[in-house]
Write a protein that binds this ligand. Sequence first.
Ligand SMILES: *Cc1c(COP(=O)(O)O)cnc(C)c1O
Length: 376
Amino acid sequence: MILGRHFYLGQAASYSFGDVVRHLFTIGLARNLDALKRYLVQRYKGEEAILCKNGRSGLSLALKAYFEPGDIVIVNGFTCYAVYEAVVSAGLKPLFVDISRDDLNFNIDMLVKGMKSVNSRHARGIIIQNSLGNPVDVKAVEKFAKEHGLTIIEDLAHCTGVKYADGRECGTVGAAAAFSFGKDKTIDTISGGAVVFREKVLHEVEAPEKAPRVPDHLRARFYPLFGMICRGLSYVHLGGFLMQGLVKIHWVEKSADNRLDLKRRISKFEAKLALEQFKHLKRSGEAPIREFAFVEDRDEVLKELAKAGYYFDGLWYKQPVSPERYYKKVHFPEKECPNSVFVAKHIVNFPTYYARSDLKVAREIVRKHAVKEGNE
Ligand SMILES: *Cc1c(COP(=O)(O)O)cnc(C)c1O
């Protein structure tokens, strides 16, 4: 096999040869959409599921269904621009709350502090993210939410298949769960998303009915193939250039640029692939989790990793709200969220496309540069 493990170096490395073939040739039917919806409703004990163009559109629908414009919603202070976009698109105000360095999630102390900084009467919701697959202390958050009259929305982009400490599966706790099937997520069909409504909604929302635009559909079909070609070319140092070129001519879209769109749904073939992936997902909480560590000089570490043959691009996240090119728009409260700022500056996390045994050298490199206890 030319597509052995070492072939995983480089661009779009999460996609195997099998994925390339599946993406090019899977034929999706209307019944695949229905089957995915039914599966989501059943697995997540919901009332209804809606399939969307991407995760942020699903999250936006969840927020529109349960909140009024102007409401404040608590957001993890270490997140993706997609979440901010969803919050703002629903007419809501994000309250970013600082995170713990242990699990990259807000905890009760930080929630209490965050709540004091706003007129808490307007705070109506809280988005649980379970960063990089690390579950939040859900019992404590539920209690806090109850005390403050907050509706919980679960964002499953990082934690599909993960379980909380009390054994419940992520996505079975909040009023709604939003899913992303975007690149490098646990369920990954290149694009796509969904929302499951578990409790009665305040406002009915309309399910997107239109098929994806042709370019979006084709981009999802061809991305694994383009990735494979770029990986091949990376041996002659051309993979990166080709990928940049493909982005430039819009044949590949960067994840963060995948626009929120409440009118269009997922492609049928992606719904079919998403369902297949869900069925392979273990219920036992063994779903992939990105391991992380904090290093003094990240650029130096990334250089050493590259020298040792590792491809560690696309870290989650280099800014408290990533990616960098959107960060300024967010007006992130850095002063109130020192841990978020620290984490974004020092984090490295391990891509899931390497086998654990292949990461031995990478771990040594990271360990050598680890942030010393007490250093800031
Ligand atoms: C990726 C992501 C989403 C949704 O992303 P889409 O690109 O819109 O599918 C939502 N929340 C978090 C935390 C994410 O990382």
